[in-house]
Design a protein around this ligand. Structure first.
Ligand code: OOG
Ligand code: NI
Length: 267
């Protein structure tokens, strides 16, 4: 287990940049000389006793995080929870898992084959959250998964890693709206996820979010290589609750569209 929140997030960030080079450019573009504060980081996994949501969450609970909201995505067959730390500067954590029991027998069979390859000790190890894909998969099996569930395909290809980091727009000195952030990104040539509109959410639900479309990286299959969508960068602006404190939860209808930032079929 990591000894500090900072140490874990620094390792996650460096690993994320290896497949998301645009995040570093955007980080410098938006932040200038100022530090960027992360709103949250997200992870994906399969619901399975060996590698399920709880196995990922254990690493954060050990660092003092607490379980907060839960979210259901029926069409995508996903369940998610978010975690918060008492230190308000520590990024929130969003972890989702694919409900395998609701998927086809073919998908379950391929995923079983992947999870069998995971070393029993890996989920407890310090580097689990950025261990990547600890299995081998053929291109044909990847395609079968991706055709049924874009999420399953991404997870089979990229495994355990920060799926995205999220800039806290509230903390950006030079921006006071998500529109302004989006327009800077587009002028610099970055592509935004426009599923459900470029801005998901609203002041009424106390959270506005946007994200880039994922970068592309090379994935090694047992029978060759393929260029696939890797990870993306998100931007979040939070609004105060009636008690004056910023809302800290997520919005399922918006999250449902953020998931599609890794969907190559979106163009
Ligand atoms: C998570 C999508 C949800 C949010 O901020 O609502 C999310 C994912 O793509 O794995 O991050
Ligand atoms: Ni997110």
């Amino acid at each position: 287990m990591h000894t500090s929140v900072n140490e874990l997030f620094e390792a996650l960030w460096q690993h994320y940049l290896t497949v998301t080079p645009s995040a570093l450019k955007i980080h410098d573009l938006l932040g200038g000389d100022e530090a960027i504060i992360n709103d949250h980081v997200a992870f994906r996994t399969f619901k399975h006793p060996k590698v399920g949501l709880e196995k990922l969450a254990a690493h954060f609970l050990a660092l003092g995080y607490e379980q907060k909201g839960e979210y259901h995505f029926e069409a995508k067959k996903l369940y998610a929870r978010h975690y918060e730390h008492a230190d308000p500067m520590a990024p929130k954590v969003f972890i989702s898992e694919l409900l395998l029991e609701q998927c086809s027998p073919e998908l379950q069979h391929i995923v079983d084959g992947l999870i069998k390859q995971v070393d029993e000790d890996l989920p407890q190890q310090t580097g689990f959250l950025y261990s990547g894909a600890p299995w081998h998969i053929s291109h044909a099996d990847y395609k079968t998964l991706a055709d049924e569930s874009e999420y399953a395909g991404w997870l089979a290809a990229y495994g355990f890693r920060a799926n995205h980091f999220t800039v806290s727009v509230n903390h950006l000195k030079d921006y006071d709206s998500l529109e302004a952030v989006n327009s800077t990104l587009k002028q610099a040539g970055f592509r935004l996820n426009d599923a459900g509109g470029e801005i998901k959410g609203s002041p009424e639900v106390l959270l506005e979010q946007s994200s880039t479309m994922a970068d592309t990286a090379l994935v090694t299959f047992t029978d060759g290589e393929g260029a696939l969508p890797s990870c993306f960068y998100e931007f979040a602006l939070r609004y105060p609750r009636p008690d004056g404190e910023l809302y800290t939860g997520f919005v399922a209808a918006s999250a449902d569209k953020i998931f599609e930032s890794t969907d190559a079929s979106r163009g």
